[in-house]
Ligand binder design. Structure first.
Ligand code: ADP
Ligand code: ASP
Ligand code: MG
Length: 599
């Protein structure tokens, strides 16, 4: 007998009619001979309304009480859903997160699941009941109610699918699948039939609100296929699956995303020496703040700038910590911008295609949109732009990659030889902490690092003092793409003075071609090269949301007295560039720091 987990989002259970329709979906799966577990969200805008109400009463409500309040939204839904199933004459039973033992840590409003005991659910399922579980909530070891963060019902559903060994997790929502970008913002967005876990992880964490990004971490770690479907239509939906099963797109980019409410913080005049970023991000991790888009470019005159973004809501708390950190490391100042947004493109095809960056930068330059910061990973490029042009930027980028054109899929080309070292290794995830044991799974959301990597085949090019104005990056990467050079990391920090540096890495054998092309575009006198660099990476799942991983990486390198010259981060890896000579030692200390064994 199969086991199916179905999750219904807020709009899919907004009123009695919709609850009945959702109930019928569950009953249908039950009648087909499956054991069925249903996860539900709070109805409609209940969670938003509860937050507004709390804020009317207290400007900064205590987070424990916030969780007590927010968890009620889902409790209403489970009871109603169970009643709707009973009304059809089918046995059903509802549970809160606490009742089925979804145990989390104690970080209220953003708790992580530690373990889930399956006993009570399995018993009810064995009795032939449809089991209804409240999404988004759990309980800590002291029986305090916790919630998992906005959108967290997806994570409950995939986690339950994982512990119960479900065949698939069906996500029923108000859109008929995963689109190339948010169809509410770009009306030409198209549905994607199949997308890989890594692409979805990046898209979700970069702003694609259709899935809670932590749910994709679970799906990848535990190999749970996800089927996203419209709750009111019979359409085929989208599958989120392992890379080998995902569509092999010849297209360079699979999707684009916008994170609108971002804030940027920059530490200026940061001394260029080992240990500095460890101190900065260690303090931020201690405060359990999730930073994103960490960018550090090469130093001039012994000083550099370190920038990162956080969700706007976290700006105030993060600024406090950043100021302390600046003092601790001897930085000269802290600046911030509360009105920025992040626009990103994601695609496995990027690993093998040149010219992705130039297409993106061109699209933005064509509308005079300035790029404030750039960071890349193997499968994504993110840029920071002013919030008031962010939607336009997303539309332009979506169009530039022809994501609105149906059927632009082509078979994936084979990897050129020199990109082989850049390809992500598909090694199985190796949990650092505990994993499944019998009926319960310990530390389910603990950090999983699957490996560390040294790539010492690349060279670095830095364009010094580039003007901070629209079109510059497009001009540079046009020339690079024209010369058919494969660009790996691109890093541009925010400009404090109207000028900034732009760095990127290329295969060493293409350095001279790249240097000549860049020189032609911006003047040879502005081009600095470092022919031999070492790129060290930590690979895994959920690198960004686990605030500690960057700190552990930076700390291990600092302990070995290794200086970091470039940083960029993504959901599936953190990359740093160091001196070539430090590569081997760096790799060894990362293997030790992450408790891995050398191959
Ligand atoms: P639910 O309440 O069912 O969890 P959400 O509102 O959390 O639903 O997620 C569905 C919404 O996500 C869609 O209505 C859509 O506007 C938005 N969205 C953002 N990015 C995407 C994307 N790439 N594909 C599909 N929907 C997206
Ligand atoms: N009700 C919660 C929210 O609105 C959880 C969810 O819908 O996934 O964020
Ligand atoms: Mg949602």
């Amino acid at each position: 007998m199969g086991l199916v987990v179905q999750k219904f989002g807020g709009t899919s259970v907004a009123d009695a009619v919709k609850i009945r329709a959702a109930a019928r979906r569950a009953i249908q799966a039950h009648e087909q001979g499956n054991r069925v577990l249903v996860v539900v969200s709070a109805r409609g805008h209940t969670t938003d309304e509860l937050i507004d109400l709390a804020k009317e009463i207290h400007e900064r409500p205590p987070s424990r009480e916030m969780d007590m309040l927010l968890s009620t939204g889902e409790q209403i839904s489970v009871a109603l859903m169970a009643m709707a199933i009973h009304a059809e004459g089918v046995p059903a039973i509802s549970f809160t997160g606490a009742q089925i033992g979804i145990v989390t840590d104690s970080y209220h409003t953003k708790a992580r699941i530690r373990n889930i005991s399956t006993e009570r659910m399995e018993q009810a399922l064995a009795e032939g009941k449809i089991v209804i579980v409240a999404g988004f909530q759990g309980v800590d070891e002291h029986y305090n109610i916790t919630t998992l963060g906005r959108g967290g019902s997806d994570t409950t559903a995939v986690a339950l699918a994982a512990v119960l060994g479900a065949d698939a997790c069906e996500i029923y929502t108000d859109v008929d699948g995963v689109y190339t970008t948010d169809p509410r913002i770009v009306k030409d967005a198209r549905k994607i039939d199949r997308i890989s876990f890594d692409e979805m992880l990046e898209l979700a964490s970069l702003g694609a609100g259709v899935m809670h990004s932590r749910s994709i971490e679970f799906a990848k770690k535990f190999g749970v296929p996800i089927h996203v479907r419209h709750s009111g239509r019979p359409d085929a939906g989208s599958w989120i699956v392992a890379e080998g099963d995902a569509r092999r797109l010849g297209a360079r980019v699979t999707g684009a995303a916008l994170a609108k409410d971002e804030a940027r913080i920059t530490l200026t005049g940061v001394p260029d020496k080992p240990g500095v970023v460890r101190t900065v991000f260690g303090k931020i991790a201690q405060a359990n703040l999730v930073v994103d888009m960490i960018v550090q470019n090469v130093a001039t005159d012994g000083q550099t700038e370190v920038s990162f973004t956080v969700a706007s809501d976290d700006l105030e708390d993060t600024l406090k910590v950043a100021k302390e950190a600046a003092k601790a490391v001897g930085a000269t100042g802290v600046t911030h911008d509360a009105e920025v947004s992040k626009v990103s493109v994601v695609g496995l095809g990027m690993r093998t295609h040149t010219g992705v960056a130039t297409t993106m930068f061109h699209a933005l330059a064509s509308a005079g949109i300035n790029i404030e910061m750039i960071t890349t990973s193997e499968i994504k490029i993110s840029v920071l732009v002013k919030e008031n042009v962010a939607k336009q930027a997303l539309q332009l980028v979506h169009q530039a990659f022809e994501l609105d054109v149906p059927g632009n899929d082509r078979p994936l080309e084979s990897l050129p030889e020199w990109t082989a070292t850049l390809a992500l290794r598909n090694s199985p995830a190796r949990p650092i902490a505990t994993t499944a044991d019998g009926n319960s799974t310990g530390g389910m959301e603990d950090l999983v690092v699957s490996g560390v990597e040294l790539d010492d085949t690349q060279a670095r090019i830095t364009l010094l003092d580039v003007p901070d104005r629209p079109g510059y990056a497009a001009k540079v990467f046009d020339a690079i793409a024209e010369a058919d050079v494969f660009v790996d990391m691109i890093v541009q920090n925010v400009s404090a003075t109207g000028r900034t540096h732009l760095s990127f890495t290329v295969p060493r054998e293409q350095l001279e071609t790249a240097r000549a092309a860049a020189g032609k575009a911006v003047g040879a006198e502005n081009v600095r090269v470092e022919p031999k660099i070492a790129k060290l990476s930590v690979l895994g799942v959920g690198m960004r949301t686990h605030t500690g991983v960057a700190t552990r990486m930076f700390g291990a390198l600092a302990d070995a007295n290794i200086n970091i010259t470039l940083i960029n981060t993504s959901e599936v890896r953190i990359n740093v560039v160091t001196d070539f000579a430090a590569g081997e030692a760096g790799l060894r200390c990362l293997i030790a720091a992450f408790d891995l064994t050398a191959d």
